[in-house]
Design a protein around this ligand. Structure first.
Ligand code: ACO
Length: 440
């Protein structure tokens, strides 16, 4: 990496935290962010005391410095580079947001034109990738295909694998943001036995994505602008979310110097889990299971009965203890989509709206600060668009690629970046003698 590229400096410490352990007192510097909780820098804890910290699930651990995304879960705030998510969803678009995430500022007219040109320059994938797809069984989960396809890009694009070269890092970033929709649409087409549809660069990002998903070679397909706008909003809302599981996975993979295509594949694998990217699929299954508005009171009773093990899917969030700001935007988008498609009477929507009404006024949910999250609405929108539930997490990956690559870039530019190497509380056997097989 060029030395001039490295620009992050250690934050200034204005106060210390004191820890007394084993009759020894040690001081640790504290740093304040521009917003959000301050941190205690315990990086010298082990060398000073011989102890590790213990924080499974990273409940109290800031794993890095970042200037990209800010969340205040209590207030229901999500901002990319200081801009509120609802403002970006309303006034910006996914490609502009991808520039913002990568570069820290909104582009001016010339920068925007150049950004779009570069993305469009990379929408096609190497023709040989078609053979990779054809090696998968048609019934493969599309996330399995995506994890393989993203990693395979490293085998095709040797000229952007030097992670220490800023120009190659940028080229990889453009390739990834541009090619992910193509790879995703190919995974969908392959799963239903239809021919791949090549990108159309005269369309905008979301129009092109819908076109690759739904067009066929035998008839003209016109992209519905309301659906394209809805898709663009969904991509914008999912573009980044601070140091979540998949983003932390990307950073950890990248901390070893792994190439960005391999890192994205690691992110896709992490996102695939039902506790992360798979919840919107679960919302649809839940609404189907309820089946009718009249069955909601019984269902709510079951949710409140802990012994049932049933949760209200699409409600609650580890970070948001208020209305998820992305859910607010999606609720509006959902109405626009269903209005456009004439599906306003969609039974699942009726159930969803009634569930939301009851849950927002029911003491059980109010007391526990359980509000609708982004997954509560996204699945219904996708369903209305004709996207099968197996593809829901794939769409999440298309959007999150912008955040993953921006976070990876930020890490690679940080002079303090070192390989991520957590330690452990070892609870296994102590040293013991080997017993030969005949004596066991
Ligand atoms: N339905 C019913 N009760 C719930 C729900 C829910 N969806 N979520 C939490 N609770 C209850 C818990 O049982 C607990 O009750 P208690 O205090 O009486 O024991 C209380 O609310 C606090 O819940 P926790 O599990 O401590 O909350 P946590 O922050 O750990 O969990 C989670 C967050 C996993 C998202 C949880 O709310 C949940 O399972 N929701 C449903 C699944 C879902 O929608 N996931 C998508 C998250 S968004 C995303 O990943 C993009």
């Amino acid at each position: 990496m060029a030395a001039t590229e490295k620009k992050s400096a250690a934050p200034a410490s204005k106060r210390n935290a004191t820890l007394s352990v084993d009759s020894k007192t040690v001081e640790f510097p504290m740093y304040d962010g521009t917003e959000g909780p301050s941190v205690i820098d315990i990086s010298k804890l082990y060398s000073d005391t011989g102890y590790f910290t213990f924080d499974p699930g990273f409940m109290s651990t800031a794993s890095c410095e970042s200037k990209i995304t800010f969340i205040d879960g209590d207030k229901g705030i999500l901002r990319y580079r200081g801009y509120d998510i609802d403002v970006l969803a309303e006034k910006s678009d996914f490609l502009e947001v991808s520039y913002l995430l990568l570069n820290g500022e909104l582009p001016n007219a010339q920068e925007s034109k150049e950004h779009i040109r570069k993305i469009k320059n990379h929408t096609m994938v190497h023709e040989q990738l078609h053979f990779l797809y054809r090696g998968f069984p048609r019934a493969s989960h599309p996330m399995a295909v995506m994890a393989g396809a993203a990693a395979s890009l490293a085998a095709f694009y040797h000229d952007s694998l030097d992670v220490n070269d800023p120009a190659q890092r940028e080229l990889s970033a453009y390739r990834l943001i541009a090619k992910m929709p193509t790879l995703a649409a190919m995974a969908f087409k392959y799963s239903i036995g239809m021919p791949f549809i090549y990108p159309q660069n005269e369309m905008n990002f979301s129009e092109n994505f819908l076109h690759m998903m739904f067009a066929t070679p035998c008839e003209k397909y016109t992209v519905n602008p309301v659906l394209a706008r809805a898709m663009d909003r969904i991509l914008t809302l999912h573009a980044d979310h601070e140091q979540n599981a998949s983003t932390s996975t990307v950073r950890l993979a990248g901390s070893s110097g792994a190439n960005p295509f391999a890192c994205m594949s690691a992110g896709i694998a992490s996102l695939w889990g039902p506790a992360h990217g798979g919840a919107n699929e679960a919302v649809i299954n839940m609404l189907r299971e309820i089946g009718d508005v009249s069955k909601i009171p019984d269902f709510i009773k079951k949710v409140k009965d802990k012994s049932s093990g049933i949760k209200l899917m699409g409600f609650g969030h580890r970070v948001y203890k208020n209305y998820d700001p992305r859910a607010k935007v999606l609720r509006q988008t959902l109405e626009e989509v269903l209005g456009e498609l004439g599906k306003i009477d969609e039974p699942l929507l009726k159930i969803a709206i009634e569930l939301e009404r009851i849950a927002l006024s029911d003491e059980y949910f109010v007391e526990r600060k359980l509000y609708p999250n982004v997954d509560f609405y996204s699945g219904i929108i996708y369903r209305a668009m004709g996207i099968p539930s197996k593809m829901f997490t794939v769409l999440f990956a298309v959007a999150r690629t912008a955040g993953w690559i921006a976070q990876w870039k930020e890490m690679m530019e940080d002079p303090k970046n070192k390989i991520g190497r957590p330690r452990q509380l070892y609870l296994g056997a102590q040293q013991r003698s080997f017993i030969p097989l005949e004596k066991r």
